[in-house]
Design a protein around this ligand. Structure first.
Ligand SMILES: [Zn+2]
Length: 65
């Protein structure tokens, strides 16, 4: 086992770091909860479940709760 170089380990490491970046803020809607993370866009973050949107200047949009 130890004599086989594992080239894939490098990629899985990057994957973990990618995952960390994506999991930034979660949706403040109590119906979504900490399990639902906001999708990051260039100018805003948004929830794919309830539509909640947090603009980069701090304004909230599509807040249905
Ligand atoms: Zn939500």
């Amino acid at each position: 086992m130890s004599d086989s170089p594992n080239a894939n380990s490098k990629w899985s490491k990057y994957k973990v770091e990618d995952d960390k970046l994506v999991r930034g803020e979660f949706c403040p809607n109590p119906r979504c909860g900490p399990g639902i993370f906001l999708a990051v866009h260039v100018d805003r973050k948004s929830c794919g479940k309830c539509g909640y949107t947090l603009l980069n200047d701090g304004k909230e949009a599509h807040k249905n709760f």
